[in-house]
Design a protein around this ligand. Sequence first.
Ligand code: Z5A
Length: 209
Amino acid sequence: MFVAKGLMIVCDGSNGAGKTTILKAISAHLESKGREVVLTREPGGTPIGEKIRALVLSPETPEMCDMTELMLFSAARAQHLNEKILPALAEGKIVLSDRFSAATVSFQHYARGLSLDAIEQLNSLVLGDFKPTINIILDLDPLVGLKRVHARGEGLDRLEDQDINFLNRAREGYLKQAEQYPESFAVINADQPLPSVIQDTLSVIDALL
Ligand code: Z5A
C-alpha cells in the first residue's frame, strides 16, 4: 500500500478570500525553512487539469449541467492526485493546494444541491483512502470576496457569477464540514488585514511540522 511521506495542506474557502495570496506567502515561508514545496491548484495543477479548468469555469458555457460540472471537477482531481500529488508526497515534499475535495462537497452539494451520498462515493472512487493532512478554510462573506475579485480587475468565472445565495450556501458548506471533521479542518477568519491572516495560517501549519 502507498504510504505518503510528505504533507498535503489544502487552502480552501470562500471566493476571493485570499487563498492564492496566502499560499504564496506560506510557500516562501516553508522554503526559507529548507522544505521542498509543490504549489498547485484545483481545478488544474496538471496540463490535463488546466484544460478541464478552462472548460468548467468558462462563463461561455452557461448550459453546463450540474452532473457534467461534478464529473469535470472529479476528473481533474483524479489526474492531479496521480500525476502530481502522490509522487510529490512520496518524495517527502509539502504539497500546498489551492482548493481540493472539500470544495466539491461545498459547491456541488451544499450550493448546487447534488446528493451528498453521490459526491462522497465519487470522492472515494477518485481518492481511495487518501485525504489531505489539513484543510485550512479561509472564511469570508462572499460579498466581500466578490468586491476583492472585482478590485483585482478580472471578470468573474462561471461559478462566481451565480447569485449570492449560491456562494453563501458554499460558505456554509465549508463551516459545516469543519464542524463535522475538526481533526482535518481549521477555520481562519479571512476578514482581517493580510498579515494577520498569514500569521493565523502559519500557526496552523507550524503545529503540523
Ligand atoms: N470549485 C467547485 O465548484 N468545485 C470544486 O471541486 C473545485 C472548485 C475544486 C474556482 O476556484 C471555482 O471552482 C470556485 C469554486 C469552484 N468558484 N467560486 N466561487 P478558484 O479558487 O480559482 O476561484 P476563487 O475562489 O474565486 O479564487 P480567487 O478569485 O483566485 O480568490 P483567492 O485565491 O481566494 O484570493 P486572492 O486571489 O488571493 O485574493 C483576491 C484579492 O484580494 C487580491 O487582489 C488580493 O490581493 C486581495 N486580498 C487577499 N487577502 C486580502 C485581505 N486579507 N484583505 C484585503 N485584500 C485581500
